[in-house]
Design a protein around this ligand. Structure first.
Ligand code: SF4
Ligand code: SF4
Length: 209
């Protein structure tokens, strides 16, 4: 039939309109329209979702990503970053600069003295976070970075980039738990391997006379 596709499309649109209305009605017209902080949410919010931004904000899905942040340890305050440089190498627009720390004798230390990301170039691809072997760089949820100039404020330095691991665990509970499980497993294997190799170590040969 001529125009059948148009009618089907209109039917789908109409069904979504009715579904939105029904979803809002179930919650009591406007009540709980915006998901409360911390409630698990991975998809679009059903119902009428016109949001009076910036006064009202929707809870973001965990996988939402904006600029990267660097992770520091909650207990020690130490950077998890070892300044290995992998993130800088894989970054497609090359917007990461790392200055490795040095000891007094000039030898390199496995931590960054400085770390910069040019957010005017960063395309939020998430490669840096994906390739970091130490879970030390993660994609953040914060997205309000508008400024009146686009030079200095676009360069995020180490201080601005760094957040506590507990902050990341709060914004990305599932990913943080999964990554912790992998780290714990690795640690357990390492500890077991260490013990096994000590136990398996052959006794010293008796001295020859
Ligand atoms: S953030 Fe990760 S990949 Fe980048 S330098 Fe630090 S440890 Fe290496
Ligand atoms: S998110 Fe992508 S573009 Fe941005 S710093 Fe990481 S690797 Fe580079």
């Amino acid at each position: 039939m001529f125009g059948k596709g148009i009618l089907t499309g209109l039917g789908i649109t109409f069904r979504h309109i009715v579904d939105s209305f029904a979803a809002d009605r179930r919650r009591g017209f406007g009540k709980n329209r915006y998901l409360p902080e911390g409630k698990e949410h991975t998809g679009p919010v059903p119902g009428w979702i016109t949001v009076q931004y910036p006064e009202e904000k929707l809870q973001l899905p965990e996988n939402f990503r904006f600029y990267p942040v660097l992770i520091k340890d909650d207990e020690t305050g130490a950077d998890w970053c070892t300044a290995c440089g992998i993130c800088a190498r894989v970054c497609p627009p090359q917007c990461i600069w790392i200055v490795r720390a040095k000891k007094d004798d000039g030898k390199p230390e496995p931590r960054p003295e400085q770390f910069f990301i040019d957010t005017t170039i960063c395309m939020q691809c998430g490669y840096c976070a994906e390739y970091c072997p130490f879970d030390a760089i993660k994609m953040d949820h914060r997205y309000e970075y508008s400024t009146l100039e686009r030079t200095v404020s676009g360069i995020h330095d180490k201080e601005r980039l760094t957040v506590f691991q507990s902050y990341y665990a709060q914004t990305h509970p599932r990913a943080a738990a999964a990554e912790k499980a992998v780290r714990d497993e690795k640690e357990a294997k390492k500890a077991k391997g260490g013990r096994a190799s000590k136990e398996e170590k052959p006794a010293a040969a008796p001295a020859a006379h």
